[in-house]
Design a protein around this ligand. Structure first.
Ligand code: SF4
Length: 330
């Protein structure tokens, strides 16, 4: 039994381009302007990332009003409503917007369809920061559809002028089900011009679907408030894993979960640094699961550049330093 114990490791897993950019934004801001840097909401939904940035001098707040006037504030990867930008301006805050460009794309779609007077059905989870931000673009035109069971409550002004959009981090399969139900109710419902569920969310779910049927249990490294990590756990169980657990750290793994297991699947949410996954692999190796096979279903190469407002200041700072060095040498 011991000899046959193995780990299947999903790839892609962990950091996506939007999270990488958001975390780097805070790190570069700390280097450039010095601590403290205020961050509105968790920059990404991961305990470890947040506590690591806190230790470097980031201060996480819930709202702009907690930021001292004139200070620097970074907006999280999940995006903000236009009124949050307005509040920042009113307090003379220097705002750096780390919203993922793929969330910004959904905001742009919402603005465009609202300007054309469409009713917009936003599929997403009530209260999630991304949903709050997107809804804020056109509150009078957007109604939330929180899964297939919410479809019955939907009412629209003109059934021939309705479009659906979605949160970027949903379950692909559940969203298809919600859309199918919406289309039964509203046959003329339009689809978004391109997928709103992002590449990282779908790729991580595909990798889990490929390995889950062979797993006794799947460990998803990710925080409880991380939507895409929660979805990975659900997808694992739906795809055939006998059990799925969401954990922040290896230390949360309970020996009884492994007691009858032969194959353990491991993956991580889009906001999780790979060092946490490596700690899980070490933990499992110490318990006889040292044989690790990576299950690769896609290659990811996407990289997003840092926010313009930060890049501009980084460039100006580099130029000022170069001029100082030149002056010292002359
Ligand atoms: S999960 Fe998708 S939308 Fe969210 S930050 Fe990552 S790439 Fe962007």
């Amino acid at each position: 039994m011991t000899g046959s114990k193995r780990v299947l490791l999903a790839k892609p897993r962990g950091y996506c381009a939007g999270v990488d950019r958001a975390v780097q934004t805070v790190e570069e801001a700390l280097k450039l302007y010095g601590a403290p840097i205020y961050v509105r909401k968790e920059i990404v939904h991961n305990k470890h990332v947040v506590s690591t940035l806190q230790a470097k001098g980031a201060i996480f707040v819930e709202e702009n009003e907690e930021v001292p006037e004139g200070a620097i504030v970074v907006f999280s990867a999940h995006g903000v409503a236009p009124e949050v930008h307005e509040q920042a301006e009113a307090r003379s805050l220097k705002a750096i917007d780390a919203t993922c460009p793929l969330v910004t794309k959904v905001h742009q779609e919402a603005r465009r369809f609202a300007a054309e007077d469409y009713d917009i059905l936003l599929i997403g989870h009530e209260g999630h920061e991304e949903v709050v931000g997107t809804t804020g673009e056109a509150p009078a035109h957007i109604q939330l559809v929180d899964g297939p069971d919410s479809v019955d409550k939907v009412t629209v002004r003109d059934p021939s002028k309705v479009v659906w959009l979605s949160q970027t981090t949903l379950s692909v399969d559940e969203t298809l089900e919600t859309v199918a139900r919406l289309k039964t109710k509203l046959p003329l419902l339009m689809s978004p011009p391109s997928d709103d569920i992002c590449y990282a969310t779908s790729n991580r779910q595909d990798a889990v679907k490929a390995m889950a049927p062979n797993c006794d249990l799947v460990l998803v490294v990710g925080s409880q408030n991380s939507s895409n990590s929660q979805r990975l756990r659900e997808v694992a169980v739906d795809a055939g894993a006998k059990a799925g657990y969401l954990i922040d750290y290896a230390s949360e793994i309970q020996d009884e979960w492994l007691a009858d297991a032969t194959t353990v699947g491991v993956t991580s949410g889009a906001s999780v640094p790979d060092e946490l996954v490596m700690e899980v692999l070490d933990f499992l190796a110490e318990r006889g699961f040292g044989d690790v096979a990576e299950i690769t279903t896609a290659q990811e190469k996407l990289v997003f550049s840092l926010p313009q407002e930060l890049k501009r200041d980084m460039k100006a700072n580099a130029a000022a330093r170069a001029a100082e060095v030149a002056k010292t040498l002359s």
